[in-house]
Structures are given as C-alpha cells and as structure tokens.
Design a protein around this ligand. Sequence first.
Ligand code: PEP
Length: 252
Amino acid sequence: MRKKIVAGNWKMNTTPAEGVELIKGVIAQKGEVCSCVNFIVAPPFTHLSEVVKVAKGSGIAVGAQNCAAEAKGAYTGEVSAKMIASLGVDYVILGHSERREYYGETSETLNKKMVQAYENNLIPIYCVGEKLEERESGKHFDVIRAQIEEVVFNLTPEQFSKLIIAYEPVWAIGTGKTATADQAQEVHAFIRKVLADKFGAAAADTAILYGGSCKPSNAAEIFSKEDVDGGLIGGASLVATDFINIGKGFSK
Ligand code: PEP
C-alpha cells in the first residue's frame, strides 16, 4: 500500500507568528480527515524551529522548501541540510519549478542537494513537470523523463525507496488552471513506468503527488486516480480549512 500524502508548500508567505497560527489551525482540524492521510507542511526556513515544536505529537510532519548543495562553509545566505535536519525536520522539497526557473537550479545542482538531503536523513520531495510550451509541443514526456533520469537514476535502491515525487505541470502552478484528473493520471503512470524501468518493483511503492492549483473542489477527483498518491499544495495550503478539506479528498 502506497502512502497517501498531502503536503503544503507555504513558499515565501506568512510571518513566523502567522505560520504558527496556520499550523495550529491545521492541527485543530486534522481529526476531520481520514487517519490514512499523512500531512506535511513546508514553511519558510525562519519558521521551521517553531513549527516543528508546535507540530510535535500532532502527526503532522515538517519539511523545508530547499537546502544547500554543499555541506557547509563560505556560502553566504545558504542553509544546509544538516542545519535543517537538526531542527527535527523530516522532509525537503527539491527541484521545485520556481527554484529551477528563478534560481537556475539544474540537474547538477539537484544531484548535490539530493546527496546532502540523504546524508542528513531528510526525505526529498523531488518535483518534476513541464512548461506550457513543452506540453503544447508534445515534449512533456521527454522533459519529465530527463528530469527523472538525470537525478533520480543516481540514487541507490535504498535511497529511492524513501523518495517522494511530485508531478507539477508548471502551467498549472499558481495559475488556477489545474491538470485534469486524466492528464495527471497519464503522467503519473508514465513516471511510475520510468521509475520501474530503473528500480523495478520498488516503483510500485513510490508516492507520486500531483501539484498545480489543487484545491478542495478538485482534490477528490484527482486523488481518485490510480497512480496519484496525494498532492503538493501551494496557495491552498495557506488556509488551514482549505488544506484540511484537500485532505478530505481521500475517503478511501
Ligand atoms: C506548488 O508550487 O507547489 C503548487 C502546487 O502551487 P499551487 O497549488 O499554488 O498551484
């Protein structure tokens, strides 16, 4: 049985105090959701310490949105995987399209970040997804395959067994334009096939999340698809009730 996961990417939103209120709101309503759902929240770095403290014992796990590619040293402004892990954080989002697009993250950088994450026992949520022009020109499968082959294929089987993947079509992120459930399923099944070609039967256990304007009104339909194991949620994770109602998309 694959894990069902609803992860919230808060991006660069909320002050630390607002973040604490947000996680408290999620904790307060979590009991309304099937206990089969694993919630993760990924606040900004500045909030991690407090959010970990507040979330302790609630069953809600905490992730970071990024980590440095290097272990330590003269890298002004960077935050290492070790620093993050030492706070009690369990996950790290890597390869988000905003990091690829605005901060020039390449597969080379992401391979280094993966090494840092695993060395510090952080579970990566590795994001892949095509841009609008890539989908329109029918290149989306090639783009996604390359994003996986260039990074995920470098993992050991043991590392791979912990990995979470998020399929996030760039044209659906923050645009209000969601992939249809069938479009999501088609790509998720493709991703699982690419993973199976390399890692064999283990790919059947990999959680593959959908991300891109997922909201309470469309979550249930998307999550009902065979290869969709949950969501990576941006905007809607900033409102506790919306995030919880997305979790209610899992009734199975
Ligand atoms: C995201 O950026 O990970 C995301 C899915 O954003 P949104 O839900 O706002 O589209």
